[in-house]
Design a protein around this ligand. Structure first.
Ligand code: AMP
Ligand code: GLY
Length: 430
Protein backbone atom coordinates (compact mmCIF):
# COMPACT_ATOMS: atom_id res chain seq x y z
CA UNK A 1 0.00 0.00 0.00
CA UNK A 2 1.29 3.48 -0.92
CA UNK A 3 0.45 6.51 1.22
CA UNK A 4 1.32 10.07 0.23
CA UNK A 5 1.50 12.65 3.02
CA UNK A 6 1.47 16.34 2.07
CA UNK A 7 3.47 18.84 4.15
CA UNK A 8 6.82 19.21 5.89
CA UNK A 9 6.14 20.05 9.54
CA UNK A 10 6.12 18.23 12.85
CA UNK A 11 2.50 17.27 12.27
CA UNK A 12 3.44 15.54 9.03
CA UNK A 13 6.35 13.64 10.58
CA UNK A 14 3.95 12.46 13.30
CA UNK A 15 1.41 11.39 10.66
CA UNK A 16 4.09 9.52 8.68
CA UNK A 17 5.31 7.85 11.88
CA UNK A 18 1.82 6.69 12.84
CA UNK A 19 1.02 5.54 9.32
CA UNK A 20 4.33 3.68 9.02
CA UNK A 21 3.55 1.82 12.26
CA UNK A 22 0.19 0.66 10.92
CA UNK A 23 -0.07 -3.13 10.69
CA UNK A 24 -0.22 -2.83 6.89
CA UNK A 25 3.19 -1.02 7.00
CA UNK A 26 2.45 1.16 3.98
CA UNK A 27 5.14 2.61 1.82
CA UNK A 28 5.35 6.29 2.78
CA UNK A 29 5.91 9.24 0.45
CA UNK A 30 6.01 12.79 1.74
CA UNK A 31 5.84 16.02 -0.29
CA UNK A 32 8.06 17.82 0.44
CA UNK A 33 8.81 16.23 3.86
CA UNK A 34 11.73 16.90 6.21
CA UNK A 35 14.73 15.01 7.59
CA UNK A 36 12.40 13.01 9.87
CA UNK A 37 10.01 11.86 7.16
CA UNK A 38 13.05 10.90 5.04
CA UNK A 39 13.81 8.21 7.63
CA UNK A 40 10.35 6.67 7.22
CA UNK A 41 9.92 6.83 3.47
CA UNK A 42 10.66 8.86 0.37
CA UNK A 43 10.57 12.63 0.26
CA UNK A 44 9.27 14.10 -2.97
CA UNK A 45 10.59 17.54 -3.93
CA UNK A 46 7.19 19.13 -4.50
CA UNK A 47 5.81 22.06 -2.53
CA UNK A 48 2.67 21.28 -0.50
CA UNK A 49 0.79 23.95 -2.47
CA UNK A 50 1.87 22.72 -5.91
CA UNK A 51 -1.55 21.25 -6.67
CA UNK A 52 -0.80 20.51 -10.34
CA UNK A 53 2.56 18.93 -9.49
CA UNK A 54 1.06 16.70 -6.80
CA UNK A 55 -1.80 15.56 -9.03
CA UNK A 56 0.72 14.79 -11.75
CA UNK A 57 2.88 12.81 -9.32
CA UNK A 58 -0.19 10.88 -8.20
CA UNK A 59 -1.13 9.99 -11.78
CA UNK A 60 2.30 8.46 -12.30
CA UNK A 61 2.81 6.85 -8.88
CA UNK A 62 -0.80 5.89 -7.99
CA UNK A 63 -0.93 6.36 -4.18
CA UNK A 64 -3.71 4.35 -2.49
CA UNK A 65 -4.29 7.17 -0.03
CA UNK A 66 -3.23 10.82 0.25
CA UNK A 67 -3.26 12.54 3.64
CA UNK A 68 -3.10 16.33 3.42
CA UNK A 69 -1.45 17.98 6.43
CA UNK A 70 -1.50 21.79 6.03
CA UNK A 71 -4.38 24.19 5.44
CA UNK A 72 -2.96 26.00 2.40
CA UNK A 73 -3.28 23.09 -0.07
CA UNK A 74 -6.71 22.16 1.34
CA UNK A 75 -7.93 25.75 0.89
CA UNK A 76 -6.41 25.70 -2.59
CA UNK A 77 -8.53 22.66 -3.49
CA UNK A 78 -5.93 19.87 -3.48
CA UNK A 79 -8.42 17.29 -2.15
CA UNK A 80 -10.95 18.23 -4.87
CA UNK A 81 -8.31 18.00 -7.62
CA UNK A 82 -7.05 14.58 -6.49
CA UNK A 83 -10.58 13.22 -6.03
CA UNK A 84 -11.54 14.44 -9.49
CA UNK A 85 -8.81 12.11 -10.80
CA UNK A 86 -10.20 9.20 -8.76
CA UNK A 87 -7.71 9.27 -5.87
CA UNK A 88 -8.65 8.62 -2.25
CA UNK A 89 -7.90 11.63 -0.05
CA UNK A 90 -8.07 12.23 3.68
CA UNK A 91 -8.82 15.95 3.99
CA UNK A 92 -11.77 18.27 3.34
CA UNK A 93 -12.78 19.73 0.00
CA UNK A 94 -12.10 23.40 -0.71
CA UNK A 95 -15.63 24.53 0.21
CA UNK A 96 -15.38 22.85 3.64
CA UNK A 97 -11.79 24.00 4.24
CA UNK A 98 -13.13 27.56 4.09
CA UNK A 99 -13.97 27.11 7.77
CA UNK A 100 -10.27 27.84 8.26
CA UNK A 101 -9.63 29.78 5.06
CA UNK A 102 -12.03 32.60 5.93
CA UNK A 103 -12.73 33.63 9.50
CA UNK A 104 -15.71 35.63 8.21
CA UNK A 105 -17.17 32.46 6.67
CA UNK A 106 -16.51 30.46 9.86
CA UNK A 107 -18.26 33.13 11.91
CA UNK A 108 -21.24 33.23 9.52
CA UNK A 109 -21.64 29.46 9.83
CA UNK A 110 -21.33 29.57 13.61
CA UNK A 111 -23.77 32.46 13.98
CA UNK A 112 -26.33 30.83 11.68
CA UNK A 113 -25.95 27.51 13.51
CA UNK A 114 -25.99 28.90 17.06
CA UNK A 115 -22.48 27.65 17.85
CA UNK A 116 -21.10 29.39 20.98
CA UNK A 117 -18.40 31.86 19.85
CA UNK A 118 -17.41 35.49 20.47
CA UNK A 119 -19.67 38.16 18.94
CA UNK A 120 -18.00 39.87 15.98
CA UNK A 121 -18.18 42.43 13.21
CA UNK A 122 -16.41 42.35 9.83
CA UNK A 123 -14.79 45.33 8.06
CA UNK A 124 -12.88 46.21 4.91
CA UNK A 125 -12.61 49.89 5.79
CA UNK A 126 -10.07 50.95 8.42
CA UNK A 127 -11.99 54.03 9.64
CA UNK A 128 -15.15 52.05 10.21
CA UNK A 129 -13.18 49.25 11.91
CA UNK A 130 -11.41 51.70 14.23
CA UNK A 131 -14.73 53.35 15.09
CA UNK A 132 -16.07 49.92 16.01
CA UNK A 133 -13.10 49.27 18.26
CA UNK A 134 -13.51 52.63 20.00
CA UNK A 135 -17.14 51.83 20.61
CA UNK A 136 -16.57 48.26 21.83
CA UNK A 137 -13.48 49.09 23.92
CA UNK A 138 -10.54 46.85 24.91
CA UNK A 139 -9.50 44.12 25.39
CA UNK A 140 -10.61 43.17 21.90
CA UNK A 141 -9.39 40.76 19.23
CA UNK A 142 -8.50 41.69 15.64
CA UNK A 143 -8.20 38.89 13.08
CA UNK A 144 -7.18 38.98 9.44
CA UNK A 145 -9.90 37.13 7.54
CA UNK A 146 -7.72 34.81 5.46
CA UNK A 147 -4.79 32.46 5.97
CA UNK A 148 -1.90 34.33 7.60
CA UNK A 149 0.28 31.46 8.84
CA UNK A 150 -0.86 31.97 12.44
CA UNK A 151 0.22 35.64 12.46
CA UNK A 152 -3.08 37.30 11.63
CA UNK A 153 -4.52 37.48 15.17
CA UNK A 154 -3.91 40.34 17.63
CA UNK A 155 -5.29 40.15 21.13
CA UNK A 156 -5.30 43.91 21.81
CA UNK A 157 -5.19 45.10 25.38
CA UNK A 158 -5.78 48.70 24.42
CA UNK A 159 -7.81 50.50 21.77
CA UNK A 160 -4.56 51.92 20.37
CA UNK A 161 -3.12 48.43 19.85
CA UNK A 162 -6.34 47.36 18.19
CA UNK A 163 -6.29 50.35 15.84
CA UNK A 164 -2.66 49.63 14.93
CA UNK A 165 -3.53 45.99 14.18
CA UNK A 166 -6.44 47.08 11.97
CA UNK A 167 -4.22 49.49 10.04
CA UNK A 168 -1.56 46.82 9.65
CA UNK A 169 -3.95 44.21 8.31
CA UNK A 170 -5.99 46.49 6.05
CA UNK A 171 -2.76 48.19 5.00
CA UNK A 172 -1.51 44.96 3.46
CA UNK A 173 0.69 43.37 6.16
CA UNK A 174 -0.86 39.96 5.36
CA UNK A 175 -1.52 40.56 1.67
CA UNK A 176 -4.99 39.53 0.50
CA UNK A 177 -5.55 37.55 3.71
CA UNK A 178 -5.87 40.87 5.55
CA UNK A 179 -8.06 42.75 3.10
CA UNK A 180 -10.92 42.09 5.53
CA UNK A 181 -10.73 42.01 9.32
CA UNK A 182 -12.92 40.32 11.89
CA UNK A 183 -13.21 42.23 15.16
CA UNK A 184 -14.39 40.04 17.99
CA UNK A 185 -14.99 40.16 21.71
CA UNK A 186 -12.22 38.99 24.00
CA UNK A 187 -13.09 35.65 25.58
CA UNK A 188 -11.92 34.69 29.05
CA UNK A 189 -11.19 31.15 30.16
CA UNK A 190 -8.72 28.37 29.43
CA UNK A 191 -8.01 27.05 25.96
CA UNK A 192 -8.14 23.45 24.77
CA UNK A 193 -7.92 21.87 21.34
CA UNK A 194 -10.42 19.25 20.26
CA UNK A 195 -9.89 17.49 16.97
CA UNK A 196 -12.56 15.30 15.45
CA UNK A 197 -12.57 12.91 12.53
CA UNK A 198 -15.62 13.35 10.30
CA UNK A 199 -16.85 11.16 7.42
CA UNK A 200 -19.50 13.56 6.14
CA UNK A 201 -22.01 12.27 8.68
CA UNK A 202 -20.41 10.76 11.77
CA UNK A 203 -18.12 12.62 14.17
CA UNK A 204 -15.54 10.94 16.40
CA UNK A 205 -13.67 13.30 18.68
CA UNK A 206 -10.02 12.51 19.31
CA UNK A 207 -8.23 12.77 22.65
CA UNK A 208 -8.18 16.34 23.97
CA UNK A 209 -5.01 18.42 24.14
CA UNK A 210 -3.77 21.85 25.13
CA UNK A 211 -1.34 23.98 23.12
CA UNK A 212 1.02 26.71 24.41
CA UNK A 213 0.79 29.56 21.92
CA UNK A 214 3.08 32.16 23.51
CA UNK A 215 6.80 31.93 22.90
CA UNK A 216 8.09 32.27 26.48
CA UNK A 217 7.58 30.52 29.82
CA UNK A 218 4.60 31.76 31.81
CA UNK A 219 2.68 32.40 28.55
CA UNK A 220 4.61 35.58 27.83
CA UNK A 221 5.78 37.08 24.54
CA UNK A 222 4.24 36.95 21.08
CA UNK A 223 2.00 34.20 19.72
CA UNK A 224 3.65 31.36 17.81
CA UNK A 225 2.38 28.37 15.87
CA UNK A 226 2.55 26.50 19.20
CA UNK A 227 5.48 25.81 21.55
CA UNK A 228 4.27 22.55 23.05
CA UNK A 229 1.21 20.49 23.88
CA UNK A 230 0.00 17.79 26.19
CA UNK A 231 -2.79 15.26 26.03
CA UNK A 232 -5.27 14.70 27.55
CA UNK A 233 -6.36 18.18 28.67
CA UNK A 234 -8.51 17.48 31.73
CA UNK A 235 -10.04 20.98 31.47
CA UNK A 236 -12.07 19.37 28.67
CA UNK A 237 -14.21 17.32 31.04
CA UNK A 238 -16.77 14.80 29.82
CA UNK A 239 -19.49 17.44 30.27
CA UNK A 240 -17.50 19.95 28.18
CA UNK A 241 -16.86 17.33 25.50
CA UNK A 242 -20.55 16.52 25.30
CA UNK A 243 -21.28 20.21 24.67
CA UNK A 244 -18.55 20.28 22.03
CA UNK A 245 -20.08 17.25 20.34
CA UNK A 246 -23.58 18.73 20.14
CA UNK A 247 -23.18 22.52 20.22
CA UNK A 248 -20.01 22.75 18.13
CA UNK A 249 -19.70 19.75 15.80
CA UNK A 250 -23.39 18.85 15.57
CA UNK A 251 -24.57 22.38 14.80
CA UNK A 252 -21.67 23.27 12.48
CA UNK A 253 -22.06 20.17 10.34
CA UNK A 254 -25.82 20.61 10.13
CA UNK A 255 -25.35 24.20 8.91
CA UNK A 256 -22.74 23.15 6.35
CA UNK A 257 -25.05 20.43 5.10
CA UNK A 258 -27.88 22.97 4.68
CA UNK A 259 -25.54 24.84 2.37
CA UNK A 260 -24.65 21.70 0.43
CA UNK A 261 -21.17 21.33 1.92
CA UNK A 262 -19.94 17.92 3.10
CA UNK A 263 -17.09 17.86 5.62
CA UNK A 264 -14.72 14.90 5.46
CA UNK A 265 -11.38 14.74 7.24
CA UNK A 266 -10.32 16.27 10.53
CA UNK A 267 -11.91 19.40 11.97
CA UNK A 268 -9.99 21.13 14.74
CA UNK A 269 -11.95 23.26 17.18
CA UNK A 270 -9.83 25.71 19.17
CA UNK A 271 -11.91 26.32 22.28
CA UNK A 272 -12.03 28.76 25.16
CA UNK A 273 -13.58 27.05 28.16
CA UNK A 274 -15.10 29.22 30.86
CA UNK A 275 -16.98 27.69 33.77
CA UNK A 276 -17.61 24.51 31.83
CA UNK A 277 -18.91 26.32 28.72
CA UNK A 278 -16.81 25.94 25.55
CA UNK A 279 -16.76 28.72 22.90
CA UNK A 280 -15.06 28.35 19.55
CA UNK A 281 -11.99 30.57 19.11
CA UNK A 282 -11.14 29.14 15.70
CA UNK A 283 -11.74 26.25 13.36
CA UNK A 284 -8.88 24.59 11.50
CA UNK A 285 -9.52 22.21 8.62
CA UNK A 286 -6.54 20.02 9.56
CA UNK A 287 -4.65 18.44 12.42
CA UNK A 288 -3.07 20.90 14.88
CA UNK A 289 0.64 21.32 15.23
CA UNK A 290 1.99 20.49 17.89
CA UNK A 291 -1.27 18.93 19.17
CA UNK A 292 -0.97 16.10 16.63
CA UNK A 293 2.40 15.00 18.00
CA UNK A 294 0.91 14.66 21.51
CA UNK A 295 -2.38 13.13 20.37
CA UNK A 296 -0.96 10.57 17.92
CA UNK A 297 1.55 9.42 20.56
CA UNK A 298 -1.50 8.19 22.51
CA UNK A 299 -3.43 6.65 19.59
CA UNK A 300 -3.63 2.94 20.30
CA UNK A 301 -3.52 0.67 17.25
CA UNK A 302 -3.90 1.38 13.56
CA UNK A 303 -4.76 4.77 12.08
CA UNK A 304 -5.36 3.72 8.45
CA UNK A 305 -8.79 2.17 9.11
CA UNK A 306 -10.00 5.46 10.64
CA UNK A 307 -8.75 7.53 7.71
CA UNK A 308 -10.30 5.10 5.24
CA UNK A 309 -13.60 5.16 7.14
CA UNK A 310 -13.65 8.98 6.82
CA UNK A 311 -13.47 8.58 3.06
CA UNK A 312 -15.98 5.72 2.90
CA UNK A 313 -18.55 7.20 5.30
CA UNK A 314 -18.19 4.32 7.77
CA UNK A 315 -16.57 6.09 10.72
CA UNK A 316 -17.39 4.77 14.20
CA UNK A 317 -16.05 5.12 17.75
CA UNK A 318 -14.84 1.49 17.70
CA UNK A 319 -12.14 2.35 15.18
CA UNK A 320 -10.29 4.57 17.64
CA UNK A 321 -8.87 3.92 21.08
CA UNK A 322 -6.40 5.67 23.33
CA UNK A 323 -3.52 4.73 25.55
CA UNK A 324 -4.32 5.95 29.06
CA UNK A 325 -0.80 7.38 29.51
CA UNK A 326 -0.50 11.16 29.07
CA UNK A 327 1.86 12.60 26.47
CA UNK A 328 3.80 15.86 26.27
CA UNK A 329 5.35 17.49 23.20
CA UNK A 330 8.04 20.13 23.78
CA UNK A 331 8.84 22.22 20.71
CA UNK A 332 12.49 23.14 20.22
CA UNK A 333 12.80 26.28 18.12
CA UNK A 334 15.50 28.29 16.36
CA UNK A 335 16.74 31.43 18.15
CA UNK A 336 14.65 34.44 17.12
CA UNK A 337 11.46 32.50 16.31
CA UNK A 338 8.66 33.65 15.81
CA UNK A 339 10.66 36.55 14.33
CA UNK A 340 13.67 36.13 12.05
CA UNK A 341 15.91 33.13 12.69
CA UNK A 342 18.93 31.44 11.19
CA UNK A 343 18.75 28.20 9.19
CA UNK A 344 21.38 25.58 8.44
CA UNK A 345 22.69 24.84 11.97
CA UNK A 346 23.70 21.24 12.54
CA UNK A 347 21.61 19.43 15.18
CA UNK A 348 23.33 16.97 17.51
CA UNK A 349 22.13 14.42 20.05
CA UNK A 350 19.10 13.12 18.16
CA UNK A 351 19.92 9.42 18.64
CA UNK A 352 20.53 9.80 22.39
CA UNK A 353 17.28 11.77 22.73
CA UNK A 354 15.37 9.00 20.98
CA UNK A 355 15.97 6.73 24.00
CA UNK A 356 13.68 8.91 26.14
CA UNK A 357 11.04 10.22 23.75
CA UNK A 358 9.98 10.32 20.12
CA UNK A 359 11.70 13.18 18.34
CA UNK A 360 9.41 14.52 15.62
CA UNK A 361 11.17 16.71 13.10
CA UNK A 362 9.58 19.96 11.88
CA UNK A 363 11.99 22.49 10.34
CA UNK A 364 14.85 20.13 9.47
CA UNK A 365 16.56 18.99 6.28
CA UNK A 366 19.35 16.56 5.49
CA UNK A 367 22.48 18.26 4.19
CA UNK A 368 25.53 16.16 3.32
CA UNK A 369 24.16 13.37 5.52
CA UNK A 370 23.68 15.71 8.50
CA UNK A 371 20.42 16.95 10.01
CA UNK A 372 20.36 20.76 9.96
CA UNK A 373 17.76 23.35 10.96
CA UNK A 374 15.47 24.65 8.22
CA UNK A 375 12.59 26.39 10.01
CA UNK A 376 11.48 28.24 13.13
CA UNK A 377 9.95 25.31 14.94
CA UNK A 378 12.63 22.66 14.49
CA UNK A 379 11.66 19.61 16.59
CA UNK A 380 8.68 18.35 18.61
CA UNK A 381 10.12 16.16 21.33
CA UNK A 382 7.30 13.95 22.55
CA UNK A 383 7.36 11.97 25.78
CA UNK A 384 4.79 9.61 27.21
CA UNK A 385 4.59 8.34 30.79
CA UNK A 386 2.44 6.66 33.39
CA UNK A 387 1.44 10.11 34.66
CA UNK A 388 1.85 13.67 33.43
CA UNK A 389 4.94 14.33 35.56
CA UNK A 390 6.70 11.30 34.05
CA UNK A 391 5.67 12.27 30.52
CA UNK A 392 7.04 15.79 31.10
CA UNK A 393 10.26 14.40 32.56
CA UNK A 394 10.72 11.99 29.65
CA UNK A 395 10.21 14.75 27.10
CA UNK A 396 12.69 17.07 28.83
CA UNK A 397 15.22 14.25 29.37
CA UNK A 398 15.27 13.92 25.58
CA UNK A 399 15.34 17.69 25.01
CA UNK A 400 18.42 17.88 27.23
CA UNK A 401 20.35 15.62 24.84
CA UNK A 402 19.71 17.79 21.78
CA UNK A 403 21.58 20.93 20.84
CA UNK A 404 22.37 23.36 18.06
CA UNK A 405 23.41 27.01 17.95
CA UNK A 406 20.62 29.16 19.34
CA UNK A 407 18.17 26.35 20.18
CA UNK A 408 15.50 27.30 22.71
CA UNK A 409 12.30 25.85 24.16
CA UNK A 410 9.75 26.51 26.85
CA UNK A 411 10.49 24.86 30.17
CA UNK A 412 6.92 24.88 31.46
CA UNK A 413 4.93 22.81 28.98
CA UNK A 414 1.83 21.39 30.74
CA UNK A 415 2.19 23.95 33.55
CA UNK A 416 -1.52 24.53 34.03
CA UNK A 417 -2.25 20.88 34.61
CA UNK A 418 0.85 20.32 36.74
CA UNK A 419 -0.15 23.25 38.95
CA UNK A 420 -3.70 21.94 39.27
CA UNK A 421 -2.07 18.78 40.60
CA UNK A 422 0.16 20.84 42.93
CA UNK A 423 3.28 19.75 41.05
CA UNK A 424 6.24 21.99 40.16
CA UNK A 425 5.47 23.43 36.74
CA UNK A 426 8.85 24.75 35.63
CA UNK A 427 11.47 22.23 34.61
CA UNK A 428 14.74 23.36 36.19
CA UNK A 429 17.22 25.12 33.96
CA UNK A 430 18.79 22.36 31.90
P1 AMP B 1 -6.43 31.90 16.44
O1 AMP B 1 -5.37 31.94 15.39
O2 AMP B 1 -7.78 32.38 16.00
O3 AMP B 1 -6.45 30.59 17.18
O4 AMP B 1 -5.91 32.91 17.58
C1 AMP B 1 -4.65 32.76 18.16
C2 AMP B 1 -4.76 32.87 19.64
O5 AMP B 1 -5.29 34.15 19.99
C3 AMP B 1 -5.72 31.87 20.28
O6 AMP B 1 -5.14 30.65 20.54
C4 AMP B 1 -6.09 32.60 21.55
O7 AMP B 1 -5.06 32.43 22.52
C5 AMP B 1 -6.11 34.03 21.13
N1 AMP B 1 -7.49 34.41 20.78
C6 AMP B 1 -8.09 34.36 19.57
N2 AMP B 1 -9.36 34.79 19.62
C7 AMP B 1 -9.59 35.14 20.90
C8 AMP B 1 -10.72 35.68 21.61
N3 AMP B 1 -11.87 35.98 20.99
N4 AMP B 1 -10.58 35.91 22.94
C9 AMP B 1 -9.42 35.67 23.57
N5 AMP B 1 -8.32 35.16 22.97
C10 AMP B 1 -8.39 34.90 21.65
N1 GLY C 1 -1.34 24.64 17.31
C1 GLY C 1 -2.26 25.47 16.68
C2 GLY C 1 -2.57 25.11 15.30
O1 GLY C 1 -2.21 24.07 14.80
O2 GLY C 1 -3.25 25.90 14.64
Amino acid sequence: MKVLVIGNGGREHALCWKLKNDSRTPEIFCAPGNAGTAQLGTNIPLSATDVAGIVNWAKINRPDLTVVGPEAPLCAGLADSLEAEGFRVFGPCQAAAKLEGSKKFAKEIMQAAGVPTAACEVFTDADAACACVRERGAPIVIKADGLAAGKGVTVAETVEQAEAAIKDALGGAFGDAGSRVVIEDFLVGEEASILALIDGEHVVMLASSQDHKRVFDGDLGPNTGGMGAYSPAPIATDAVLEKVRTEVYGRTLAELKKRGITYKGVLYAGLMIDNGQPSVVEFNCRFGDPETQAVLARWDGDILPAFEACIDGTLSEELISWKPEPSVCVVMAAGGYPGDYVKGDEISGLDEAGKHAVVFHAGTVLKNGKVVTAGGRVLGVTGIGQDLRTAVDNAYAAVKKISWNGAFYRKDIAHRELKRNSLPALVEKI
